[in-house]
Design a protein around this ligand. Structure first.
Ligand code: C5P
Length: 363
């Protein structure tokens, strides 16, 4: 059996859950600014961002998969032939007969990553984050259906409380910052004093996109977990397969909407048109998120992933209190207490949940 890996003495399971929490807090903010900080005519193509995300994630995963195979076969001591045979072995693993299984989550994730851009561009950050919490429930539902995971009614109740609690925290965090959501550039950022660009939002489109993204998130995550845990194939090989199957659906919209300038400027220049610092930051945070998500799914599961991201929202508000002087409001206290209680309730041993609750209630 594989021994549990550690980073700086901390089990990778906890390290990845914490890193994912921080990454999640950063992504929706960076992505939102990248969409609304420039006029629509000068904004980058989300399809290009989705494609770059897959290319980068796939390349990083390939390098890791290759180095792992090379290390296991002691390639460095066997010279060029050693490296070549490692390359051959990793290619054989990537193009294994069951690689097609990854085509399903690959397609779902490409759809989800594109829907996220539609949602983020049409809803204020907090509204997007609140509604996106529905994925906690869709993920649990798909875990029960596909992984045959048993969830007691107390666990379902704690997941519902988690989604409600994190929703309350987010609704109030947008109002307590007193910054209109469409223009809420970070305090002290270059955008704070910059002229505001008009970016027309369509909340109905945003809500439709976020609802669909919740379903693809739950299904794709659980499907990936099922493929990963039902076979011996390496995580990084599975990630390369996922990225490879993501390429056709990611390239299709780029070809479909190709600008006539593509013939003059070439594909790369056209795809990268208007790709500024915010766009690169969005892609980098997404790549990091994809890699950590894969680790979290392997060493924990999709439901624990939901708890990590919910706690991150509570922590990022507390950070804003410390850094930007946000005020702690009664609804923050109610929302975060609900999140903490839900986390604790979910993690009680079976049959002990209600006993534990009555022990802390003053009855
Ligand atoms: O919102 P959610 O947690 O479902 O998002 C998961 C993200 O992680 C998606 O952007 C998806 O593309 C990415 N991912 C990945 N590799 C995996 C699993 C998820 O890049 N193995």
């Amino acid at each position: 059996a594989e021994s549990a890996p550690t980073i700086c003495g901390m089990p990778l399971k906890y390290f990845s859950l914490i890193t994912l929490a921080v990454q999640n807090a950063a992504l929706s903010i960076v992505m939102h600014y990248s969409r609304v900080s420039t006029p629509a005519a000068q904004s980058y193509s989300p399809a290009a961002a989705v494609l770059l995300n897959e290319l980068l994630k796939g390349s990083i995963s390939f390098v890791i998969a290759f180095l792992r195979v090379a290390d296991a076969s002691d390639a460095s001591r066997r010279g060029v032939m050693g490296w070549l045979s490692a390359l051959q072995r990793v290619s054989r693993e990537i193009f294994s007969p069951d690689c097609w299984k990854l085509s399903i989550p690959a397609l779902l994730y490409v759809v989800q990553n594109s829907l996220q851009f539609v949602a983020v561009g049409n809803l204020p950050v907090a509204t997007f984050q609140v509604t996106y919490q529905m994925k906690i429930l869709t993920t649990a539902a798909f875990s029960v259906m596909l992984l045959r995971r048993k969830l007691s009614s107390t666990k379902w109740l704690s997941l519902l409380f988690l989604a409600i609690g994190v929703g309350i925290v987010q609704i109030q965090s947008s109002s307590s910052s007193h910054i209109p959501s469409r223009q809420n550039h970070p305090v002290g950022s270059a955008h704070e004093s910059a002229p505001l660009h008009i970016h027309i939002m369509s909340p109905l489109k945003g809500f439709g996109a976020v609802t669909a993204a919740c379903f693809t998130s739950g299904l794709a995550g659980v499907y990936f977990e099922m493929v990963l845990k039902n076979s011996k194939a390496d995580l990084w090989v599975r990630n390369v397969q996922l990225s490879l199957f993501s390429l056709p659906p990611a390239i299709l919209p780029i070809i479909w909407n190709a600008d006539p300038r593509i013939y003059q400027d070439g594909i790369i220049a056209s795809v990268l048109r208007n790709f500024g610092g915010w766009a690169w930051a969005t892609v980098s945070v997404q790549v990091l998120g994809g890699l950590i998500t894969a680790i979290v799914i392997k060493y924990s599961d999709n439901i624990m992933k939901g708890f990590a991201t919910s706690l991150s929202i509570v922590l990022s508000f507390l950070a804003s209190v410390a850094l930007f002087g946000f005020r702690i409001t009664p609804s923050f206290v109610i929302g975060s207490t609900t999140v903490l209680a839900a986390t604790w309730m979910y993690n009680q041993p079976p049959g002990q949940e209600l006993v534990a609750i009555t022990n802390v209630l003053p009855v």
